[in-house]
Each structure stands twice: as structure tokens, then as C-alpha cells.
Ligand binder design. Structure first.
Ligand SMILES: Cc1ncc(COP(=O)(O)O)c(C=O)c1O
Length: 385
């Protein structure tokens, strides 16, 4: 097997010594350096005004780093509470008319597939393009769109198959139309290049490939999306609430534009500070190097799986690959638990197993996975005899 060294030593993470951790697509391991971030947060949390200013300074610094990762103007990135919030914000904010439609796929993550469910009663059609043998076609997505398509909503990388959709091709296909391109980049951000600049909304959770944790989801919003979507959640932070230095309320109040447009109240400062720290590491290594590394690992994993007689559902073409390499398994939970007994952590549910290789993984991890899987499969087939 081709030798692949980690880009970041696994010793930088808490609790994965002697463990083969191949499940960043579910929950990534925790960076040891975050302990200092927690101390910094704790110190400033006790410091009244001055401490709050320092914490908010970290929020702004994290915004800059997110802009750097996604190669967009940081002033167009807000921090929402979860990835689910992004699609729902668009669902609530557009001036929907009877006969409008949303194009998505029938293999989408729930928040991308179902954010639109209150719209049916307003006469909005949800067009769910079927996958073919677990792959979704960009051409078929574009063919499903017409002049009444308000939103084309997809995940860049599929949580189920690991397919990396060609977001630039989708954006090019929609050029000249009024359709907004909304992308959930949860399984891409931190592992694969995210072309956020060609989207209208791009959101990501942070507890997977971005190596941070729950409670915040950076969201890029294009000028075009900002101009057509109304804000539907208001609070002290996204309104000019205290503009005249008075606590007395008026009948109308001006709204703030991006980046705080999507931040009605305080952003999750502690979580955002963790994200800032993990972005330092990811940006230092470089997303292009990480992308090449996770695709190299994916190639090793799928070749190894095929040699064990397992049919992989992730794309073979390199540009379609991501950090996730997946195969169907009706006993996915059992396989996951059996591998855990060998110290190999993967994700298994919903009839498929997902193996995620990130920057701390090596070809040694792939060898251990394949050896253990081989043993587990043999044991299963003997039991079946
Ligand atoms: C594509 C995708 N989006 C979003 C999420 C969950 O993110 P959140 O809990 O922030 O909504 C997941 C979790 O697996 C996911 O796979």
C-alpha cells in the first residue's frame, strides 16, 4: 500500500492514542490546544465590559479567518447557531408565490431536504431529484430547475455517499436566472475547497471537518440573496436598537446589514473562539494540501474495500471524491460496533458505513481499518454458515 503520512500529528488531539479515528465526518477529535482557548475564554468571561470586548474581538478575528478559508469577504459571513438555520432562514425570508419551486435531491441531509416543508401550503413545489445508484447528477439538478425555481439547495459533499458535487458547474448553469444557489458545506469545509463565492448562501457546521464544536455555523450570504430575503429573526444585535442611546422603544427601527444581519443576539463566543483556533491550524496546513491528502486516503480506502469484495458507493473520479468513503451495509451499526472492539472508529447508520480520512490520518490507519474489517466480515460470514 502507498505510504501516506499525516499532515498533522494525531498526538495533537485528545484521547486518540492507540485509536484508529476515521470518523471526522461524524465528530472530529478534540484538539489539545483548545485547552488554552478555554482558559482564555474563562479569564475574559469574568472581566465585565473589557472581557466582553476581547471575546467579541475573537469573533471578528474568526470571521476574517472563515472569509480566508472560503475566499470570500469576511463582512459577508455571519455566525448562525447550526447549519440547519441557514436553509431555514431562506425558507422563511423569501416572498414565496404560488407556483414557485425548490430543487433539491432525495438523498439530502434532512435540513436541506425539509427546510421547505411549510411552503407546500403556500403552493410551493419541492422537486426532489432522485439519486441514481447513490450519485446525484448536476445536469439533472439543473434540468429540474426552471424560471419559477427560487432555490436550488444541495450539500456540497453528501453525508451519505461522500459525493463532492461540482458547485461551480451548478452556479454556471444557473447564471442569468434568479434562482438562488444554497449550499450546505458541512462535509466539505476544512477538507475540500468550498467555492462559497459562487453561491448565494453557504453554511457549515463546525464539529466535523472544521475540528471545532457545536453551537455555531458560519454562513456566507451573497449581496443578491441579502437583497431578496427578509430578515425574520430580530434582536438587539441585528437592529439599530440603541442607536439614539435610549432604552425607549420606537415603532420602527433600522436593520443592520451583513455581517450581523443573521446574528439577532450574541454569537456563541466560546465556540467561535474554538473555531478560530482550529482555523489557524487548517489555514496553516492549507486547504489545497488537505484536499489532496483526504482524496489520496479516499483512493486507498476504496481500493482496499474493493479488494475485500465490498462495493463502494462514493465516486471513483477524483474530483467527485471527498474525505468520506462509503459503502452500503444493512448491518451498519453492528459493523461499527464490531470495529470499535478493535479500536477502529467509523460511522455506521442508515444502511451505510462511512469512513472519513482527515489530515491527522495516515495509510497506517487505512491498513488497520482494512485488517479489522476483514476479520469482522469473516466472522460474520462464518456465523451466517
Ligand atoms: C450535510 C449536513 N449538514 C448539517 C449537519 C448537522 O449540522 P447542524 O447540527 O449544525 O445543523 C450534518 C450532520 O451530520 C450534515 O451532514
Amino acid at each position: 500500500m502507498r505510504k501516506i503520512e499525516p499532515l498533522l500529528s494525531p498526538s495533537k488531539f485528545v484521547g486518540i492514542d492507540g485509536v484508529t479515528h476515521l470518523c471526522s465526518g461524524g465528530e472530529s477529535p478534540w484538539l489539545k490546544c483548545q485547552e488554552e482557548v478555554y482558559e482564555l475564554f474563562a479569564h475574559n468571561k469574568s472581566l465585565s465590559y473589557q472581557g466582553r470586548d476581547t471575546l467579541l474581538g475573537h469573533v471578528e478575528s474568526c470571521r476574517q479567518k472563515m472569509g480566508q478559508l472560503w475566499k470570500v469577504d469576511a463582512e459577508r459571513v455571519s455566525f448562525m447557531a447550526s447549519a440547519a438555520e441557514g436553509m431555514n432562514w431562506l425558507a422563511r425570508g423569501l416572498d414565496w408565490r404560488k407556483g414557485d419551486n425548490v430543487v433539491t435531491t432525495n438523498l439530502e441531509f434532512p435540513s436541506v431536504a425539509y427546510a421547505w416543508q411549510n411552503l407546500a401550503e403556500r403552493g410551493v413545489e419541492i422537486r426532489s431529484v432522485p439519486h441514481r445508484n447513490w450519485q446525484v447528477s448536476e445536469t439533472e439538478l439543473l434540468e429540474a430547475a426552471d424560471e419559477r425555481t427560487r432555490i436550488l439547495a444541495v450539500s456540497q459533499v453528501s453525508f451519505y455517499s461522500g459525493q463532492n458535487l461540482d458547485i461551480k458547474a451548478l452556479a454556471a448553469g444557473l447564471e442569468g436566472s434568479e434562482t438562488l444557489l444554497a449550499v450546505d458545506a458541512t462535509h466539505a469545509s476544512g477538507a475540500i475547497t468550498v467555492p462559497a463565492q459562487v453561491t448565494d448562501l453557504c453554511i457549515s457546521s463546525c464539529y466535523k471537518w472544521l475540528l471545532a464544536t457545536h453551537g455555531t455555523a458560519p454562513c456566507y450570504l451573497s449581496e443578491r440573496a441579502e437583497s431578496v430575503a427578509r430578515t425574520t429573526t430580530f434582536g438587539w444585535r441585528n437592529l439599530d436598537a440603541h442607536g439614539n442611546g435610549s432604552a425607549e422603544r420606537k415603532l420602527s427601527v433600522a436593520e443592520h446589514p451583513m455581517p450581523v444581519k443573521l446574528e439577532a443576539g450574541n454569537p456563541a463566543m466560546a465556540t467561535i473562539m474554538f473555531l478560530e483556533r482550529s482555523l489557524d491550524l487548517l489555514l496553516e496546513v492549507g486547504v489545497e494540501r488537505i484536499e489532496a491528502h483526504v482524496r489520496d486516503l479516499s483512493e486507498l480506502i476504496s481500493t482496499g474495500l474493493e479488494q475485500l469484495g465490498i462495493q463502494v458507493i462514493s465516486p471513483r473520479v477524483r474530483s467527485g471524491r471527498s474525505g468520506n468513503t462509503c459503502f452500503l451495509d444493512t448491518h451498519a451499526e453492528t459493523t461499527r460496533k464490531s470495529l470499535e472492539a478493535y479500536g477502529v472508529l467509523i460511522w455506521g447508520e442508515l444502511g451505510r458505513v462511512r469512513i472519513s480520512g482527515h489530515l491527522y490520518n495516515s495509510s497506517g490507519d487505512v491498513e488497520r481499518l482494512l485488517d479489522s474489517l476483514n476479520t469482522v466480515l469473516r466472522a460474520n460470514s462464518t456465523q451466517g454458515d
